[in-house]
Design a protein around this ligand. Structure first.
Ligand SMILES: Nc1nc2c(c(=O)[nH]1)N[C@H]1C(S)=C(S)[C@@H](COP(=O)(O)OP(=O)(O)OC[C@H]3O[C@@H](n4cnc5c(=O)[nH]c(N)nc54)[C@H](O)[C@@H]3O)O[C@H]1N2
Ligand SMILES: Nc1nc2c(c(=O)[nH]1)N[C@H]1C(S)=C(S)[C@@H](COP(=O)(O)OP(=O)(O)OC[C@H]3O[C@@H](n4cnc5c(=O)[nH]c(N)nc54)[C@H](O)[C@@H]3O)O[C@H]1N2
Ligand SMILES: [Mo]
Length: 765
């Protein structure tokens, strides 16, 4: 693979030979080519392990190839032959390590020993597990108030690890659970229950086989959930209509060549995916949805006048919902000119989308970060739900809401108690099961945790996985706040930025990955995870651990808990860490939805956690599904519209969140660089910019603080007016902490107003 930086449009379909080649390259680069292929054959199979990549569901009847290019990369990254040992840490001060890129840090390979930061030498040094646990205990027990500690979770943690973690923090005395989902699908968790009574998707994989229409808003399946491409491809071949709304013409939304299909591979043919791909403006989704609803209401009115069949499902609306009158009034008051301006789409486009929806009998609404990561993320979700409810597209075969979750177990972590706003029933059951009084006051989410750190009120941060310091917004202020903490602890598999942006004292605690055998007192253990479709199934690693010093996540949590809570703890930590079936018994006792947990995880494909909305039981205060109104089109009046460009941040095809597999992004035609900004030629011309110019990007902030990233290469791209895009996490310094959804606290990673200034010294490309 060359290292020359280039921009070259990619003309092939998504998937295909390009995908197989890329996966092979990842395995070879990590020196695990042979073992890697063997490993992949055990992934997502009965008795094997769950892919550590995305949260897309596994089919019940698996083929030997239940993996995708990016799942293959995720496995290669974890199963790498490279090791980041105490010798490596001895050779570099932390200030030196800070000079390495995120890519270089993770390329050092798997962490092998628990390490403790030594401030005198500015180096991480090996520490014994017991000393590490004692240090955690000392800091936690020194806090005058347990709410001065933050317990962060990244969504790869298993149900068993997550349950033990919340148990530890709650017995210690806090509900401070900032969680990666606070930056991800929190808008779903908060927005959806107000609409339909549940905060999760309502579809199962088999619904994709029955839908005749699929709407995809702000999600990039070819990169972030490639196994979904099989379902989209099958739907397309069956003749289902797929309507996509995305500022980018993402290749996989256009056409896909299935690597598992010998004919497409041999003949180099592909399947078109979207019937239409509408390039919506950044932040224009509410305008799109209101436009479609306006067409539907007009058509329904016309049908009434002419006594034709109604367009909307009035039986469902009357029997199952409340609030339609207010919605009709709101949409009627919204002008077409405003809808067209804000969405960037014409009335004819929206009519076409509305007609496709109108004709369809069964529609699924798929969405991702393009919907949730906005200042009105939860309201975006609710408007999309309105659209589904208008035609009774929830709780019926082949229909439903399909938020595509991120991390492979982010949904499960929530289900088993990782939440800063726990319900009374859950806490009562926890108390009854364990006999300690859990704290009742709500705790911190990511945004409020960062605010508390900045005020000096939080002192200890513990991270169960993830790369908190990189994933969060507003780096200058927020990373400074983290550096002010007394102790930072990271349970991790690979070295990352968060280990370098540390508190006065710091620990790196290396853990087993999902591909590895987890041997405890009672023998090898399996863990369980829940996918995007609420299917729970077991996962058991098959490889020997990367180092003999690694411990499992449950064992590390139990170690910290035992040391911190001492003999007075009501929980038998060692026993639980020795036999995960006992943890599952506790989960079942606290969450009755997990009835017969240990027996049911043996079912092939796992078992489904019932979703009430799927049964058309609406767990809302009204007992009905609610049509909800958002005023206007979510305009931000705080900025001058003519100067502002709205920047959105996206994942490249070669990254898993903050983990980079390479610096290229094949489908968008970007090679060996990430400091690029995509915008269209009109927006370039307006600013006197030409291709390959370098620009500094400044946030149009309302708090007077300068936020900038510098020297980004201008890449002309077919992108809607008024917006631009760059990569996550490089954009994070630009996202002010205040720029979050007030309902869900999701940071507005997909919509920050910026201005561009040509970089003074134009460096070489
Ligand atoms: N390989 C791989 N898989 C992953 C991940 C990964 O990084 N790599 N991350 C995992 C995680 S944690 C998550 S949350 C998911 C993320 O998966 P996605 O939700 O697909 O994430 P993104 O790439 O951030 O953005 C999604 C899409 O939103 C579009 N978009 C941006 N702004 C807007 C807007 O205003 N409106 C609309 N309609 N669209 C917009 C972007 O062009 C992009 O195509 O994937 C998970 N799976
Ligand atoms: N600008 C911008 N910012 C964003 C987003 C965006 O779209 N744009 N997306 C947001 C989203 S959706 C999310 S989910 C967050 C992601 O935030 P996080 O979940 O915090 O970040 P990751 O990059 O997924 O974490 C990667 C690290 O996890 C560790 N790890 C990997 N596997 C394991 C394991 O099995 N166990 C343990 N203990 N550790 C492991 C490794 O050390 C690795 O370095 O970022 C958010 N930030
Ligand atoms: Mo995510």
């Amino acid at each position: 693979m060359g290292i020359a930086k280039s921009i070259r449009p990619y003309h092939s379909p998504a998937g295909g030979w390009g995908a197989l080649k890329a996966m092979g390259t990842a395995l070879v680069e990590q020196h695990v080519a042979f073992a890697g292929m063997e490993l992949l054959s055990r992934m997502n199979q009965p008795g094997g392990f769950d892919c550590p990549g995305c949260g897309w569901a596994d089919p019940k009847h698996t083929s030997p190839f239940e993996y995708c290019e990016n799942g293959g990369k995720a496995v290669a990254w974890e199963a790498t032959a490279k090791r980041c040992t105490p010798d490596f840490f001895a050779a570099h001060t932390v200030r030196e390590l800070e000079q390495l890129s995120d890519f270089e840090l993770e390329m050092e390979g798997r962490l092998t020993h628990p390490m403790r930061y030594d401030s005198i030498g500015d180096k991480y040094e090996p520490v014994s597990w017991e000393e590490a646990f004692a240090l955690v205990a000392r800091h936690l027990n020194a806090l005058p108030d347990p709410n001065m500690a933050e317990f962060y979770t990244s969504g790869r943690a298993s149900n068993e690890a997550a349950f033990l973690y919340q148990l530890f923090a709650r017995e210690f005395g806090t509900n401070n659970f900032p969680d990666c989902s606070n930056m991800c699908h929190e808008a779903t968790s908060v927005g959806l229950p107000q609409s339909i009574g549940v905060g999760k998707g309502t579809v199962l994989l088999e619904d994709f086989e029955k839908a005749d229409c699929i709407f995809i808003f702000g999600q990039n399946p070819g990169t972030n959930s490639p196994r979904m491409m099989t379902d989209l491809r099958n739907a397309s071949r069956r003749g289902a209509t797929i309507m996509s709304f995305n500022p980018f013409r993402e290749r996989a939304l256009e056409r896909f060549q299935a690597p598992q299909n010998p004919i497409e591979m041999a003949t180099l043919t592909s399947t078109p995916i979207s019937s239409r791909l509408f390039q919506v403006k950044v932040g224009g989704d509410v305008a799109v949805i209101k436009g479609i609803m306006k067409c539907l209401f007009e058509a329904d009115e016309e049908a009434r006048r002419t006594e034709a069949a109604p367009v909307l499902d009035w039986d469902f609306i009357r029997g199952h919902t409340v609030g339609i009158e207010a919605l009709v009034a709101d949409v009627a008051a919204t002008q077409w000119s405003a809808i067209e301006r804000k969405s960037g789409l014409s009335r004819a486009d929206l009519l076409e989308a509305a007609n496709a929806y109108r004709k369809a009998e069964r529609t699924i609404f798929v969405y991702g970060m393009g919907i949730t990561q906005h200042r009105h993320g939860a309201q975006n979700v609710q408007q999309l739900t309105n659209l589904a409810l208008l035609k009774g597209n929830i709780g019926r075969e082949g229909t439903g809401m399909c938020p595509v979750r991120g991390h492979s177990n982010v949904q499960g972590d929530r289900t088993v108690g990782i939440t800063e706003v726990p319900g009374k029933e859950f806490l009562d059951r926890l108390e009854a099961r364990f006999g300690f009084a859990p704290p009742r006051a709500f705790g911190h989410n990511v945004v409020t945790a960062l605010e508390a750190m900045a005020r000096g009120e939080s002192k200890v941060f513990i991270g169960l996985g993830g790369n908190f310091a990189s994933a969060i917004p507003d780096w200058e202020a927020t990373q400074k706040a983290i550096r002010g903490l007394d102790l930072t602890v990271h349970i991790a598999t690979k070295l990352n930025r968060s280990h370098l942006v540390h508190g006065r004292e710091a620990l790196i605690l290396p853990c087993l990955g999902r591909t590895e055998v987890d041997l405890q007192a009672t023998g090898p253990q399996s863990v369980t995870v829940e996918d995007s479709m609420s299917m729970v199934h077991a996962s058991a690693g098959v490889r020997p651990p990367a180092s003999e010093h690694l411990r499992s996540e449950p064992a590390i949590i139990a170690g910290m808990a035992r040391a911190t809570l001492g003999a007075g703890s009501k929980v038998a930590w060692e026993k639980l860490a020795g036999d995960y079936a006992l943890i599952r018994e506790d989960i079942e006792a606290v969450f009755p939805i997990f009835q017969a947990y240990n027996a049911r995880i043996r079912e092939p494909g796992g078992f489904h956690l019932t979703s009430l909305a799927r049964e058309r039981i609406w767990a809302t205060p009204s007992g009905k599904a609610n049509f909800l109104v958002v005023e206007g089109l979510c305009e931000d009046s705080s900025v001058q519209a003519d100067e502002a460009l709205w920047i959105t941040s996206v994942r490249s095809h070669d990254q898993y969140n903050t983990t980079l597999y390479s610096n290229s992004d094949r489908y968008r035609g970007v090679y060996n660089q990430r400091d690029v900004i995509f915008l269209n030629e009109q927006e370039m011309a307006k600013r006197g910019l030409k291709a390959d110019d370098r620009v500094d990007i400044f946030t149009l902030a309302t708090d007077g603080i300068e936020r900038a990233v510098r020297g980004f290469r201008v890449v002309p791209y077919a992108f809607p007016d008024g917006g631009c895009a760059a990569y996550y996490p490089e954009m994070n310094p630009l996202v002010p902490l205040y720029a979050h959804d007030p309902m869900s606290f999701t940071p507005a990673y997909k919509g920050v107003p910026v201005r561009l200034v040509k970089t003074a010294a134009q460096g070489a490309l």
